[in-house]
Ligand binder design. Structure first.
Ligand code: HEC
Ligand code: HEC
Ligand code: HEC
Length: 480
């Protein structure tokens, strides 16, 4: 009896030693002679990342087997829905700078030891990342971020996913001055009642604080107006990204039937040309005078000036430790911990990628409103199923004043927007105290424009009124 146990133990030990040796042999970090991007490429290839994160993965033969095949296919489809690694693999291959959002996402799953999934590497020896490989990826991510952002943050914060906003970007002052006038000019609209500023008032944080905007003849649009402040940082414009540049974007509203409703740019130009003084001023800057391209270029030049630097968060990033309270810093830590910064990163904490609304939990089914065309998001432009309900991630600068939130304007308070993001995008049920901390952090992203703090002169009460029963019953008496 004793002997049997002894033999059993010895064989177990031998087995453990052999498997450790084999495992170590197949799970070797790439050669240090390779450049760092090549090492990361090797690690991701061995990690099977492309099996689950590309449109057309090469699935193993057993993907056709019953049960297990279904699981493999599902992981691969869910993986591709969650993250497309094609761009990143190409960048690694070409030694190009990685996209900041890809970078943040990969860094986060490696930090959390989440990828590849356990059930994958248990089947594919050598695919899991050992400590050395993990360090290589994290160090590569840090270097890649440093080359993406050449701004002056304090050394301790050199690898933070959110970056300070520039004090100023290059622009042409004469053109921007014309752009400022055009932005506030109602003659861009059919009946001379609506200007860009009607929906993007600079004294109301660059938004209108309504769920949907009111255009000519008080017509209602179907999607919430994002802010024009810092829009220059967006990788594309509009929720669905249908405009590549701010100038392209500016050509849209004047002819949009529910916004400014002009029939053509010729119609707008004819009106502007009657204003001899303006036409002359314009021609002094743009020799070929009033054209659609020049008008939209001037507006774009003006929009380059709509930056909101000097937020408390930026001061903190630049090294002013007193700029944030302990609660706000805790909120920022939670923001990173709960994956928020994997989508909301860069100088405006967003604006750099399209992401699924309902990344972790289905959003639209629970919303309780009828689906609209706008809910399709990026799909409207590409007709690709993967793009359905994907939206350009909104930036979060000055977000405390840009209510209501989401493309459908359904969240009025920032607390609600934060709590629901946690659930739908990150699958966490945040406690009230966590929501309060993250909200406190987000408020530190409020900056200044030309020396004035960004704010909104609208109030929630004015716009949403006191129409619920509670208010009717207790009214204002209680407040005295
Ligand atoms: C067996 C399939 C599979 C493999 C292999 C795999 N993933 Fe994933 N990955 C998934 C699935 C499924 C999800 C979505 C669910 C989740 O996050 O757990 C996902 C999510 C992700 C996300 C998005 C996470 C988020 O929170 O938005 C990233 C980034 C990612 N994977 C990177 C990688 C990298 C890098 C590798 C290789 C080291 C890898 N994955 C290997 C299936 C896989
Ligand atoms: C009637 C209200 C209204 C008017 C007038 C209007 N906008 Fe907008 N603006 C919106 C709405 C709503 C959106 C979002 C539309 C979408 O994404 O499909 C938007 C989007 C934008 C964006 C994109 C921001 C982002 O984050 O994607 C910019 C920039 C912008 N508008 C600038 C302008 C300029 C410049 C003008 C004048 C030429 C103008 N808007 C006129 C309501 C308006
Ligand atoms: C998978 C990507 C992703 C993650 C993770 C994510 N968000 Fe978002 N966030 C988005 C998208 C996309 C929208 C726009 C959704 C819409 O309009 O329907 C958004 C909108 C928001 C808004 C509203 C902004 C506005 O102007 O309407 C806030 C606030 C916000 N997110 C905060 C957070 C916080 C806090 C977290 C973490 C708990 C988080 N987000 C996690 C992608 C993400």
């Amino acid at each position: 009896m004793k002997k049997v146990i002894k033999i059993g133990l010895i064989s177990l030990l031998v087995l453990a030693v052999i498997s450790t040796i084999v495992y170590k042999a197949v799970n070797k970090a790439p050669s240090a002679e390779l450049a760092q991007n090549e090492q990361v490429l090797e690690i991701f290839k061995a990690g099977g990342c492309i099996d689950c994160h590309t449109a057309e993965p090469e699935l193993p033969f057993y993907a056709e087997f019953p049960v297990i095949g279904g699981m493999v296919k599902k992981d691969s489809q869910d993986g591709y829905k969650a993250f497309d690694i094609t761009g990143l693999m190409a960048a690694l291959e070409n030694g190009a700078v990685a996209d900041p959002v890809d970078l943040a996402k990969v860094e986060k799953v490696v930090l959390d030891d989440r990828m590849p999934m356990f059930k994958y590497y248990i089947m594919h020896w050598g695919s899991s990342l050992n400590a050395e490989e993990r360090d290589i990826v994290l160090d590569w991510a840090k270097n890649a971020r440093a080359s993406l952002y050449a701004d002056n943050v304090a050394e301790a914060y050199a690898n933070e996913p959110i970056r300070p906003i520039a004090e100023e970007l290059p622009y042409d002052a004469d053109k921007a001055a014309l752009g400022y006038m055009l932005f506030h000019d109602t003659r861009l609209s059919l009946d001379n009642t609506v200007s860009c500023a009607s929906c993007h008032d600079l004294s109301t944080a660059g938004v209108d604080n309504h769920q949907y905007s009111h255009g000519v003849d008080d017509q209602l649009g179907g999607v919430n107006a994002p802010t024009v402040y810092n829009a220059v940082y967006n990788f594309v414009q509009f929720w669905d990204g249908r405009a590549k540049t701010l100038a392209d974007q500016a050509a849209g509203p004047p002819l949009n039937p529910v916004e400014m409703a002009s029939e053509s740019f010729d119609q707008i130009i004819a009106k502007l040309e009657q204003d001899k003084e303006f036409a002359a001023e314009f021609a002094a800057v743009y020799p070929d005078g009033l054209t659609e391209a020049n008008i939209t270029d001037a507006i774009q030049q003006f929009e380059y000036t709509l930056l909101t630097p000097n937020s408390r968060f930026d001061k903190w990033l630049r090294g002013d430790a007193e700029a944030l309270t302990a609660e706000e810093i805790e909120g920022y830590e939670l923001f990173k911990k709960y994956d928020c910064a994997t989508c909301h990163n860069g100088p405006i904490a967003g604006g750099l990628s399209y992401e699924l609304m309902g990344h972790r939990n289905e959003y639209f089914a629970e919303r309780g409103l009828e689906m609209t065309i706008e809910d399709n998001g990026r799909y409207k432009e590409t007709q690709l199923e993967r793009d359905r309900h994907r939206f350009k991630v909104p930036g979060l600068r000055n977000v405390e004043h840009t209510w209501p939130y989401y493309h459908d304007g359904t969240r009025i308070t920032l607390e609600d927007a934060v709590r629901d993001m946690g659930y739908y995008q990150s699958d966490v049920k945040m406690t009230d105290s966590e929501v309060a901390k993250v909200t406190a952090f987000l408020k530190t992203l409020t900056g200044e424009h030309q020396g004035f703090a960004i704010t909104t002169t609208n109030s929630v009460d004015d716009i949403y009124g006191h129409d619920d029963e509670h208010d009717d019953e207790h009214g204002h008496d209680d407040e005295q």
